[in-house]
Design a protein around this ligand. Sequence first.
Ligand code: FUB
Length: 307
Amino acid sequence: MKNLSLIIALGFFQVCFGQNPIIQTKYTADPAPMVYKDTVYLYTSHDEDDAFGFKMKDWLLYTSTDMVNWTDHGVVASLKDFKWVNTDNGAWAPQVVERKGKFYMYCPMPNNMGIGVLVADSPYGPFTDPIGKPLIKNSLDDIDPTVLIDDDGQAYLYWGNPNLWYAKLNEDMISLAGPITKDPSFAKVKDQPDPFKYQEGPWVWKRNNHYYMAYASKCCPEGIGYAMAKSPTGPWNYGGVIMDGDQRSSGNHPGIIDFKGRSYVFGFNHMLRMQTMSKHYERRSVSVTEITYNADGTIQKLPFWTA
Ligand code: FUB
């Protein structure tokens, strides 16, 4: 019966929304796309089907070479891969980056246990924990890691809700090369305007010498905002909104890539959950749509997820 509902939902959404949500056989969130060679590797978190509240045990992988057809590779990593994690709930938003043929997966840990890192020789895994402890254990903000490897080889790790934090990584990608800093551009100052409305889910990238930080903006419903800078450590200037919050999307978590000459934003929404009439709120669905950059590097605002 559950499968029948999903098939009906799939037909409905293909008529109404084209290919979105792109994953319709499982509930997925926190998309972390990685372009490697001619393929998009889409890592996601995974909302369990039978859960009430967040129930997230593992991370999934989907691949595509055309952004239309997606292959399901199932679970690529789970909380069990971290020996120092003693719960089976809390596999939140990850990101995988490649450096010199190795693949590093940065994973937030449940209950403020910090941010861990896994490494593999292939984007498909197997991923193992090279340090046996958290890479980041700094504050209650320690979720939602995102990584930039700059053109000079220096890598930066950013994370945080409701503050944005960052630190340099060593070339080994599994140790810090400097202090942890709370980014002042995104900081909320009492009685001062806060144009960024940063909440969580940072996603960093560099394009045409502009540094970008997209993020989920101001909760419930969260939209996708972004900032731009001339350096990886700011100062950041508010760029605008890529997508407004919408009642069909209580949260959000952007992942932005260029692939085969086009640019895309991934995120998630509740369209599949609403269609299947699920009462469980934390059942999300990854979606994707094209974005367009203006000549000055700013990003054109989109309506809600389109095909
Ligand atoms: O999926 C769990 C949490 O919800 C993520 O860490 C946040 O970014 C939000 O998507």
